[in-house]
Design a protein around this ligand. Structure first.
Ligand SMILES: [Cu+2]
Length: 199
């Protein structure tokens, strides 16, 4: 019964392929870093009423690390001042800061947080503050009240457009995926050896 013989020989190959799929599947979630899912106000939006609370929401939980979190609201770009007290508060995957805005113009929100996977996640974005008539405006302060943000705000992020995950993290992913590929290759090789022994 030749057909049965072929099937028997194919079984280890199927196992090897399944193993490879499982390994690739395991590498998948490990490579997905925490990502921004939304901000209030939105990046590039025109804001006409005091938002009250500024927030950045991410796809993963953030650490309640008081020295690692920072959220700074500043503007207008022509004569920037700082608004809000402290470095923001973490709730689940959201970093939020209460602040009242000042004079109209372009405002910047600069933030940094640490994901539960220990990676630093940070970014900054701008929005236009065009308060409606009668909206009360805050005075702001000359220096940010968030001490932890000191170095981060005095030296602006080198490229404000990209959300920062460390290069080391990307390397870790490459190693992870590389490990998966290697394991799959070993499984296939073992199968080939087994097949040859049988025949
Ligand atoms: Cu990560």
């Amino acid at each position: 019964m030749p057909s049965l013989k072929i099937r028997r020989h194919r079984a280890p190959l199927v196992v090897a392929i399944a193993l490879g799929v499982v390994l690739f599947g395991a590498a998948g979630p490990a490579s997905a870093h925490n990502q921004v899912t939304g901000t209030v106000p939105a990046d590039g939006s025109v804001v006409t009423e005091q938002p009250g609370t500024f927030s950045v929401s991410t796809s993963d939980a953030l650490l309640q690390a008081e020295t690692g979190n920072a959220m700074v609201v500043s503007g207008p770009a022509s004569d920037p001042r700082y608004y809000g007290e402290g470095c923001g508060v973490v709730t689940g995957g959201t970093l939020a800061l209460d602040a009242q805005l000042g004079q109209p113009g372009t405002y910047t929100v600069t933030w940094r947080a640490i994901s539960v996977d220990s990676h630093v996640i940070s970014d900054s974005y701008e929005f236009e503050w065009a308060p409606s008539a009668g909206v009360p405006l805050a005075e702001g302060t000359v220096e940010p009240s968030c001490a932890a943000a000191g170095s981060g705000t005095n030296t602006p992020a080198p490229d404000a457009g990209s959300s920062g995950t460390e290069p080391a993290a990307a390397l870790g992913d490459v190693l992870w995926i590389g490990g998966g590929v290697l394991a799959a290759l070993v499984a296939v090789l073992l199968t080939v050896v087994l097949l040859r022994r049988k025949s």
